[in-house]
Write a protein that binds this ligand. Sequence first.
Ligand SMILES: [Zn+2]
Length: 377
Amino acid sequence: MKKSILVALVCFISACSLLGSSPATPDKPASPCGDGVCEGPENAQNCPADCGLAGQPAQTQQPAAGTRGAALLYITTMTHMEQGFEDDTNQAIFEQHIQQLTYGMDLADAYGAKLTIESEQPFARANTKWNRNFMAEIVARGHGVGTHCDFGFRDPLMPVEQYAQNFRENKARVDVLVGAENNLGCSGGGGANDWAVAAGMAGFEYLDGVVGMYYLAMPLENRPDSAWTDDYIRNEGYHLNAPVDLYQRIYLFGLANAQDFVADANPVIVISSGEMGPLAGMVEGIGEVSGAKCRPECALNNADVDTLAAKIREIDQNRDRSRVAKLAIYIPANLFEPENEPTLRYFFEQMKALADQGIITWATQKQVYEANIAWNQ
Ligand SMILES: [Zn+2]
């Protein structure tokens, strides 16, 4: 009831027309912004009152019951500062990564896009060692951060408390830089051990970067099909987008354990996947098919962007609008180089066009997680 009063009040203050006496020209329907419904061309940018992102008051996030609009389709990126990086032993590499990330964020800012940078230990340690807290600078710029968890894939079974220690160690490295309140999720960490319980024990609230490795913890009958043996996952399927079903993958759901990808009543961790694969591999379908097709790497070109944009339009046509949905594009740091600028601009331009049409909304990984909580309250 409080919410309907608020909507009425907002209408009163903004003098929105309840009687159809809108001053808008007849060929241009009055903007419905402020009506409590996030629809049509409205998105978080052009109508925050109806399409609020996380962090805004719940009242603007959720219109009154009965007039509740569509849940948003968020678009996110992931950039991983990998375990194999040498930022902590080679300052020049650290500086180069900072240059690439700065270049990427500058480009993203020009188009209203948001990046999320997720760090393993070497880059996080380098922030302290070389006395530049770049992770905090990312947060200050309004982009996203999180932890990267490049462990567990080849680990044997062990007590879950022991496996949780891996998540704790990586989390602590990032917490100290950005504060635990900005470091809610880890990308990766999948393997035969119960990654859901372990990540939750370590204090993570969501897992993103969800790939084939996660299926290793599940009994064969809960994997996509009988071809998903441990050998298949370890040799081929490890980086495939998971859950493999696209319309299972784009929604967030809570798990009590790593036995399957079916929502549990008492979750310890939220799965926030939406994996679309690497930006440079869209034409090749990397993520849907094994990355082996692209060794040593896929070329980035405009066709990748066109393929992605078409896929997003298809998802927009088919998605369940009663649930927050999310897509994640993987962009490695070394793609943020001037040689890729025309295609990177084309990517951000095309995503901006989709955002301007209200089809997608840019967010950080953390913002998606929080928007999902707000939506389900
Ligand atoms: Zn990695």
